[in-house]
Design a protein around this ligand. Structure first.
Ligand SMILES: [Zn+2]
Length: 219
């Protein structure tokens, strides 16, 4: 049996923690709830997650991505709407988050993942979601009716806690082509230009164009 890493280990040995890359098993496993007895480690664990997220220019990260099978999610982004100049963003540290409500209406979202480098795909996400979670002091908090990039990020990160990657909800055929491209990059059959992201064409790409698609979420 593999011994799971504890939050105390992350806090005591932050240098031993690193970004986990698909298909490592922890990214395909459900994470455990954070317990009140672990409260003292929460803030410092988020600090480690934040460092790794920033090192990789992410806008969100979930604990399994640093090898910790715990229900912790950090999201931090801000951008200005190109038309109105209006600022949008979300900066939050969530313990045991749960999506409590998600709209039936879906929207295309171009997504990538720090743990799945080099490949993006268009996936369908609920347009509006609400989430309940605990803050670092384990007090109940709520995000109601998040939309746009915030809604996509919340769904992406909460998916990680259930062992789901962003491409999991695609059709079998689309998922296979995403995984094939990922393997080809890993094997060196496709060599992207420095910084180049390959967007795999999926069936949903033909649907209505989503104004958010330019804001690829790498989380
Ligand atoms: Zn991700």
């Amino acid at each position: 049996m593999v011994k799971l890493m504890s939050m105390q280990h992350v806090v005591d040995h932050p240098e031993s923690v690193s970004l986990q890359i698909y298909p490592t098993k922890i990214l395909r496993s459900k994470s455990a709830e954070v317990l009140p007895s672990e409260k003292q480690y929460i803030g410092a664990t988020f600090d480690v997650m934040e460092r790794i997220m920033e090192d990789h220019n992410g806008i969100g990260i979930a604990a399994p991505q640093i090898g910790l099978s715990k229900q912790l999610v950090l999201i931090d982004f801000e951008y200005a709407d190109p038309n109105s100049g209006e600022k949008h963003g979300l900066k939050v540290r969530m313990v045991n988050p749960q999506i409590t409500d998600s709209s039936r209406e879906k929207e295309d979202s171009q997504e990538g993942c720090l743990s799945f480098p080099g490949v993006h795909a268009i996936v369908q996400r609920s347009m509006v979601v609400s989430v309940k979670y605990l803050n670092e002091n384990l007090e109940p908090c709520f995000i109601t009716n998040a939309t746009g990039l915030a809604a996509f990020c919340l769904q992406h990160e909460c998916g990680h806690l259930d062992g789901r990657m962003f491409f999991n909800a695609l059709s079998a055929k689309d998922k296979a082509s995403v995984l094939k491209t990922y393997r080809q990059i890993k094997d060196g059959d496709i060599i992207p230009e420095p910084g180049e992201i390959i967007v795999v064409e999926t069936a949903s790409i033909q649907k209505k164009h989503d104004p958010m698609a330019g804001n690829a979420a790498i989380t």
